[in-house]
Write a protein that binds this ligand. Sequence first.
Ligand SMILES: C[S@@+](CC[C@H](N)C(=O)[O-])C[C@H]1O[C@@H](n2cnc3c(N)ncnc32)[C@H](O)[C@@H]1O
Length: 392
Amino acid sequence: MTPAARVQAAIEILDAVIAAARTGGGSADRIVAEGLKARRYAGSKDRRAIREHVFAAIRACGPVPDTGRAAMLRLAQVAPDLPDCFDGSNYGPVAIQPDEPVAKGGIAPDWLELALAESGIAGEEATTLLDRAPLDIRVNTLKADRATIALPEPGEPIAAPQGLRFPAGTQVEQWDAYQQGLIEVQDGGSQLACLAVAAQPGETVIDLCAGAGGKTLSLAAQMANEGTLAAADTDRNRLSRLAPRAERAGARIADIVLLNPGHEAEMLAQYAGKADAVLVDAPCSGTGTWRRNPESRWRLRPADLDRFAANQLRLMEIAAGLLRPGGRIVYVTCSLLDAEGAGPVNEFLARNPRFSAQPVNLPLGRPHGPGIRLTPHHDFTDGFFIARLGSL
Ligand SMILES: C[S@@+](CC[C@H](N)C(=O)[O-])C[C@H]1O[C@@H](n2cnc3c(N)ncnc32)[C@H](O)[C@@H]1O
């Protein structure tokens, strides 16, 4: 393919990404994969270039662009080689017209950029939300240790004690160590969020929003497979990925519980009043993970934040009912908006005077309201809010 044809292909794929963002369709990753599959004539270099154009254009536009072409024209304002590709050649985009609409730059839609600024995320703290993320792994201490593991590439040790960092795109899934469960792909910030639980062997720990089990596996390793670890979620699909992962990682103690929405407490009744710790890795807007899913900022609506906050508060209330006296809730969101962090946690503390915010002792992060915050700019991790709430 010519450079111009690659740009035209990226424009067409961007049109599909934009439509999906407006209508709640598939992720950009999936749409790009489908778009490339449909272009059988594209070689591996073409595919890489098209993919890079698409994601660079997504990152370059703040609000949702009207069209893929407007998005690519925005990218052309900051990428010096791109304007020449609008050459009107066969399969290439038509020449740039005077006064042609160009999508707006920025970090996110205006309302969201404002909400971030009100939460203290502006300037470089905001721009780095759109950087490309590296690839972090966690060495699984049920089977190996960072100090002695031999991997095809050494990786750079990070603050999380078992974490190693590799360049984005490193194909770790193809390594023997991955296939044998010696390593897991997990962002360094996510690894630290698990450490905030400080789960001990022999404890009863509940991962209330376990999803596909990224944090469950980390907790099982902290507990050295001793004690009780319930991994619960309302999403059957995500939870179905946990069992094979736990098998591979040798995480034997994970008890997988599929919850019926609205009946979570009943379905976890066997743990009521018994848990030493409950991890609430609550569903959120994901503003801290835009490095990986930059188009997700086009999907959010102001009302979504209210819905997330109500659910976050409700999940903390469910967690409170599971704890033994003296137990702890560790509340985590991968959002940097106060509406999903300090906001619901302060509300929970006001309603539940037997709980108080306790220090979160981690090697990274900065205090923020009743918890701490990790940010891509300050900590080189995904963005997280983490609070530890101890009960009397
Ligand atoms: C941030 S994700 C969890 C990610 C997971 N802990 C990990 O580390 O990979 C939030 C999860 O909360 C789940 N969830 C949403 N509402 C829930 C509820 N009422 N009870 C339990 N889980 C819920 C979602 O299905 C989703 O898997």
